[in-house]
Design a protein around this ligand. Structure first.
Ligand SMILES: Cc1cc2nc3c(=O)[nH]c(=O)nc-3n(C[C@H](O)[C@H](O)[C@H](O)COP(=O)(O)OP(=O)(O)OC[C@H]3O[C@@H](n4cnc5c(N)ncnc54)[C@H](O)[C@@H]3O)c2cc1C
Ligand code: SF4
Ligand code: SF4
Length: 610
C-alpha cells in the first residue's frame, strides 16, 4: 500500500493557471479612463473568491462591501452609503485574520479616498462621466498623442513617407523616438489581451529607416510675430517647429555648438546615432527656424533683453547639471558626473579609460549609459554601485540586460560612504556600506545598513549618475518662479507674473523623457499662438487606410534584435537592428485598430488636428 501521493497538477488547475495569465494580460491592457467604481467592484469580487472563509470580517464583510458598491453603481446609494462603505472597509482592515481580508478592504478604502468624486458623481448624476472619454489606449498613453493605429496601418501598406507625415503632426522627432523613446504607449496596448503589446516603437523605426528624407509641411502665412526659444533640445525645437508652421518667426538660442540638447550631449551614439538625430533636426530647420549658437542666456544675453526684443519667450533649458554625492574628495581628479562624462564623449574629448577600473554610482538609465560608454572607451572593469537591488533599479530592464551582456559588474546593495585618495591626491577607490532591503516607503523598498563593515571598491575613475539639476539662478533673479529647484510654470506653461514668458520640458518637470518634453512643447506652442492672438491648427491630410475585419490569431511580438554584445562593445555604432519587411508586415498586422474596433460609437473618431 502506498503512503504518499506524488503531487501533480490536475487539468482544472492547469486551466485556471492559464486563466490567471489571461486575466493578468487583460488587466495590463486596461486602458485609462475606466470607471474606478466599476473597476473596484470587479476586483473586490475576485478577492471574495480568494477568501478561506474562516473569519467573519473577510467572509461576510467583503460581501457587504460588494453590495454597497453595487448600490452606488445601480443608483440606490446616498452619501450615507459612502460613510458606511468607509467604516466597513476600516473595520475589516482592523479585524480580518489575514492579508486576504485586510488587503481587499484596503483596496476599497484607497479607491474611495482617491476617487471620491467618481463615487459621488454616481450618487448625484446616476453615472460616471469618465467613461465618456475612454480613449484609444496607445494614443492616450503616448504623451504627445501620436496617431499610432494610423501610422501602423500606413507602415503595413508600405506608405512610409505618409507614416512620417502623420507622426510629425504630433511629434517632430520621429527618428529620435524610433530609437530611444521609452514607449509608454505600449504599456496598455489592447493586443495584450490576445498575446503581447504591438511593438509600436519598433514600427516607427521601420517607417523612419525606409522613408528617407520627408520635407516638412508648408508654413502658414507669416504673422509678423517673433518668438525666442531658449535651449535647442527636443523641447525647444518641438515648440520652434510648430510655431514656425503657424507662421511665427522663431529664433532658438543655444549655448552649445550643436542642437539636440541631451539627445546629442547625453544619449550615447550607440543608442541614438547622431546622423539620425540630424535627420529630425534638419526637417525642423527646413521650416525656417533661425538658430543662434554659443549664446548662453544669463551670460551673453539676459531673459529681460529677450523679452524686450521678442513678442514671446520660451524657456526650455533642460536639466543640464548634476547632483552632488556629498562626499569628501568628490571634486578630485578622476571623480566626475555622468552628465559631464557623457557630454565630453559627445564633444570628442572623452577621457582615456584604457585598462582602468571604473565605478559608476547609480541605477538609472543615465548610469547604464555611463557604464556602457566607459566599457566602449576601453575600461578593463566597469561596475555599477547601487544602494538597492537589481529589481529596484530605475533603468529600463532592457538597458540593464544590455549592460550585463556587455560585461558590466552590478554591485547592488552598496551605499557609497567615502572616496579614498592617496597622500598625493590620486584616487584610490570607493568605500561602500553594505545594505539590506527594508520597509516599503511610498511604494518603494527602502534600504538600511546590514551591519557588516564597509567594503572597498578599488577604482581609478568614479562617475556619479545620481540625478540631474537645473541651472535656475539667472531665471529666478529675472522673476521667473522657481520651486524646489524646478522652474514652476502653470499647467499651460505660462506664469501669472510675467506675461509672454513660457517654460516647459525637463526644466519645468525635472529630468523626464524626450516624449514628455515634446508633449509639453506642443501644448506650449499652441498656448503661445493663442497669446499672440491667433488660433492656428496643426493638421495632416494623409489618408488613413480603412480598418479590415481580420481573424486575430495569437501571434508572437517581433522584437528588435541587437548586434552581438562582444562585437558592439568595440564601437559606438548603433546597437539595435531594424525589422525586415516580412517582420514589419506581420507586426503591423497585429494592431487591432482600436481607433475603430472597441472604440464606441459616440466618441467622434480620431483627432485630426490640434
Ligand atoms: C544620459 C541621458 C540619457 C537619456 N536617455 C533617454 C532615453 O533613452 N529616452 C528618453 O526618452 N529620454 C532620455 N533622457 C532624457 C531626455 O534626454 C530629456 O528628458 C530631454 O532631452 C529633455 O528635453 P529638454 O528640451 O527639456 O532639455 P534638454 O534636452 O536638456 O535641452 C536643453 C537645451 O538647453 C540648452 N541650455 C541650457 N541652459 C541654457 C542657457 N542658459 N542658454 C542657452 N541654452 C541653454 C542646453 O545646452 C540644451 O541644448 C536621457 C537623458 C540623459 C541625460
Ligand atoms: S513617441 Fe514614444 S510614446 Fe509616442 S507613439 Fe512613439 S514610441 Fe510610443
Ligand atoms: S492594438 Fe493597435 S490600436 Fe490597439 S492599443 Fe495596440 S497599437 Fe494601439
Amino acid at each position: 500500500m502506498s503512503r504518499l501521493e506524488i503531487p501533480t497538477k490536475g487539468r482544472s488547475e492547469l486551466v485556471i493557471e492559464g486563466l490567471y495569465r489571461d486575466l493578468e494580460r487583460r488587466i495590463e491592457a486596461s486602458p485609462p479612463g475606466l470607471c474606478p467604481v466599476s473597476v473596484t467592484k470587479a476586483f473586490l469580487e475576485l478577492c471574495r473568491v480568494q477568501t478561506c472563509g474562516k473569519c467573519v470580517p473577510c467572509r461576510i464583510g467583503l460581501v457587504q462591501l460588494t453590495n454597497l458598491i453595487g448600490d452606488v453603481l445601480e443608483g440606490r446609494a446616498t452619501m450615507g452609503t459612502l460613510k458606511l462603505l468607509e467604516e466597513t472597509a476600516l473595520s475589516i482592515m482592523d479585524s480580518a485574520d489575514c492579508a486576504i481580508g485586510y488587503e481587499a478592504a484596503n483596496m476599497v478604502y484607497k479607491s474611495l479616498k482617491g476617487c471620491r468624486d467618481d463615487y459621488e458623481q454616481h450618487i448625484i448624476d446616476g453615472r460616471c462621466s469618465c467613461t465618456y472619454s475612454q480613449p484609444v489606449p496607445c494614443v492616450a498613453l503616448c504623451p504627445a498623442a501620436v496617431d499610432i493605429p494610423g501610422y501602423i496601418a500606413l507602415v503595413r501598406e508600405g506608405r512610409y513617407e505618409d507614416a512620417i507625415r502623420l507622426i510629425r503632426k504630433d511629434n517632430p522627432f520621429p527618428t529620435t523616438c524610433a530609437f530611444i523613446c521609452e514607449h509608454p504607449c505600449e504599456a496598455r496596448c489592447r493586443r495584450n489581451m490576445i498575446d503581447a503589446a504591438v511593438n509600436i516603437r519598433g514600427l516607427k523605426r521601420v517607417a523612419v529607416d525606409r522613408a528617407g528624407y520627408v520635407a516638412p509641411p508648408a508654413c502658414a502665412r507669416e504673422t509678423g510675430k517673433k518668438v525666442a526659444v531658449v535651449g535647442g533640445g527636443p523641447g525647444g525645437l518641438t515648440a520652434a517647429y510648430y510655431l514656425r508652421l503657424m507662421g511665427h518667426a522663431v529664433t532658438v538660442y543655444e549655448m552649445l555648438p550643436k542642437l539636440g540638447g541631451m539627445l546629442r550631449y547625453g544619449i550615447p551614439n550607440y543608442r541614438l546615432p547622431k546622423d539620425r538625430l540630424d535627420d529630425d533636426i534638419q526637417a525642423i530647420l527646413d521650416t525656417g527656424v533661425e538658430v543662434k549658437h554659443g549664446m548662453r542666456i544669463g551670460t551673453d544675453i539676459t531673459i529681460q533683453q529677450l523679452r524686450e526684443q521678442y513678442d514671446a519667450v520660451l524657456i526650455t533649458i533642460g536639466a543640464s547639471t548634476s547632483k552632488k554625492l556629498g562626499l569628501e574628495h568628490e571634486d578630485n581628479e578622476g571623480v566626475m558626473s555622468a552628465v559631464k562624462f557623457l557630454r565630453d564623449v559627445a564633444h570628442g574629448t572623452a577621457p582615456d579609460l584604457t585598462g582602468l577600473d571604473v565605478a559608476v554610482i547609480g541605477g538609472g538609465n543615465v548610469a547604464m549609459d555611463a557604464v556602457r560608454t566607459a566599457k566602449r572607451l576601453g575600461a578593463s572593469k566597469v561596475s555599477t554601485v547601487y544602494r538597492r537591488r537589481l529589481a529596484d533599479m530605475t533603468a529600463l530592464p532592457a538597458e540593464i540586460e544590455a549592460a550585463a551582456a556587455e560585461g558590466i559588474e552590478m554591485l547592488t546593495l552598496k551605499a557609497p560612504s567615502a572616496i579614498e585618495v592617496d597622500e598625493k591626491g590620486a584616487l584610490k577607490g570607493l568605500w561602500v556600506t553594505p545594505q539590506m532591503i527594508s520597509s516599503i516607503k511610498d511604494g518603494r523598498a527602502s534600504v538600511k545598513p546590514n551591519g557588516e563593515a564597509d567594503q572597498f571598491v578599488p577604482c581609478s575613475v568614479i562617475i556619479a549618475a545620481i540625478g540631474q539639476a537645473i541651472e535656475t539662478d539667472h531665471f529666478q533673479q529675472a522673476g521667473v518662479p522657481v520651486a524646489r529647484g524646478v522652474i514652476s510654470a502653470s499647467r499651460f506653461g505660462n506664469f501669472s507674473n510675467i506675461p509672454g514668458v513660457f517654460a516647459g520640458g525637463d526644466c519645468a518637470t525635472g529630468p523626464a523623457t524626450v516624449i514628455r518634453a515634446i508633449a509639453a512643447a506642443k501644448a506650449i506652442a499652441a498656448n503661445i499662438d493663442e497669446y499672440l492672438g491667433f488660433h492656428h491648427e496643426i493638421t495632416c491630410d494623409v489618408e488613413i487606410p480603412e480598418p479590415e475585419h481580420r481573424d486575430n490569431e495569437p501571434c508572437g511580438r517581433v522584437d528588435l534584435t541587437e548586434r552581438e554584445a562582444c562585437d558592439r562593445v568595440r564601437d559606438f555604432e548603433a546597437v539595435e537592428n531594424c525589422m525586415t519587411e516580412c517582420e514589419s508586415c506581420q507586426e503591423a498586422s497585429r494592431c487591432l485598430r482600436c481607433d475603430h474596433f472597441g472604440y464606441g460609437v459616440f466618441k467622434g473618431g480620431r483627432k485630426k488636428l490640434w
